[in-house]
Design a protein around this ligand. Structure first.
Ligand code: PEP
Length: 249
């Protein structure tokens, strides 16, 4: 992991009711007793953002959305704008998660528009990219992911804080992960694509790894070259499993 502080973000996906705020409070209480030096974020479903922001106020844990509209407002039933997330207490937003790309047909251009809208509202976008199993099998992982970065990171982000999350689609929720060597190869390709696109600004962008990160593989992943933290799905849902990952940072 580069010398910058690790950035570890939990993605609760479509999980969590009022009762699960107890897990978020327990994560904060654990961090209070075990200051790990990492930046920690939690992205609950939109319905919990304001309540989680209230529950975690003053703890240092950052709150994020899991998606935002590229539009500022208007006739877009069911969508949530970046400004609404900000208003609810978010400072981060995940965009381009593979589940959004698969379930809602989001393309790189849509992701770039969402990232631009988010940054324009003062949110820090976490832009997700990742290859399919087939793309990895034919040796195209780094090329595919670099192409996604070039098309999903808008140039305006040269002036804004943001992160990229490398999440191989086949590793999400499967218990499978690429080897550390494979993760490093893709993260280096992402770094090159970022510097190609944003010049010197691309050097400091955190590149998170996501896909079946657990307490028992986190330390090895965090030690990998160009890994600046993790985007964690399933293992972020309970304080017990998430703090196991934080302890490895
Ligand atoms: C994710 O969906 O962002 C993710 C990384 O999920 P999991 O950790 O469950 O593989």
């Amino acid at each position: 992991m580069p010398s910058a502080r690790a950035f570890i973000v939990g993605n609760w996906k479509m999980n969590g009711l009022e009762a699960e705020l107890a897990e978020a409070r327990a994560i904060a209480a654990w961090l209070d007793e075990h200051p790990v030096g990492a930046r920690v974020g939690l992205c609950p479903p939109a319905t919990l953002i304001s309540r989680m922001a209230e529950a975690l106020a003053g703890t240092g844990i950052e709150i994020g959305g899991q998606d935002c509209s590229a539009e500022a407002s208007g006739a877009h039933t069911g969508d949530v704008s970046a400004q609404m997330l900000r208003d609810a207490g978010a400072g981060l937003v995940i965009v381009g998660h593979s589940e959004r790309r698969a379930d809602h047909g989001e393309k790189n251009a849509d992701v770039a528009a969402k990232a631009k809208a988010a940054a324009g509202c003062g949110l820090e976008p976490i832009i997700c990219v990742g290859e399919s199993l087939q793309e990895r099998r034919i040796g195209r992982a780094s090329a595919v992911v670099a192409g996604q970065v070039r098309a999903s990171v808008p140039l305006v982000l040269a002036e804004h804080a943001f992160a990229v999350a490398y999440e191989p689609v086949w590793a999400i929720g499967s218990g499978l992960t690429p080897s550390v060597v494979e993760i490093e190869a893709v993260h280096r390709a992402i770094r090159s694509a970022l510097t190609e696109r944003l010049g010197g600004r691309g050097v400091a962008v955190p590149i998170l790894y996501g896909g079946s990160v657990k307490a028992d593989n986190a330390a090895g992943i965090f030690a990998a070259d160009e890994v600046g933290g993790a985007l964690v799905g399933g293992a972020s849902l309970t304080a017990e499993s998430f703090t196991g990952i934080l302890a490895a940072a």
